[in-house]
Ligand binder design. Sequence first.
Ligand code: THU
Length: 163
Amino acid sequence: MSKIHQIQIQITVFETENELSKEDLFLLHEARKATERAYAPYSEFSVGAAIQLQNGEVVLGSNQENAAYPSGLCAERTAIFSASVQFPNEIIETIAIAAKPKEAIDFIAISPCGSCRQVMSEYENKQEKSIRVIMEGESKSIYILSSIADLLPLKFTKESLKL
Ligand code: THU
């Protein structure tokens, strides 16, 4: 007999950025600033990520594209790999993500791609502590998730490799 499992995730939606805490608003602004460091001549879609570490440091990332398209990398992975190199084993508290296409005057809704979810999930599992996610939602709203796991149900982890 088959059963249906429902998976629920929780997203806190803020109508405007003014409702965010001072710390979250700062990190979102850092992610927006990081879009200016994108190298996105092919898609003209600039993405920025800002990671808040427990030691107080903020590590930025932006998408870095390449003429050989798949060789490029998303902002989230650029940021999280950079954090892992510069501050190995430091706890990642929050990642904020922002995106700005070339023609848009303002920032738009953004949600991390599947590969970035997988990579962020790896570090969340490694540190055994949830990583919060702040991202731009629709109509100037802001979405906050309390864990990467919420973005990746039925995730593949190192446990999956155990035979
Ligand atoms: N991109 C990111 O950097 N992060 C995302 O979450 C989605 C997509 C980048 C990859 C590529 O450089 C451009 O946006 C268009 O897909």
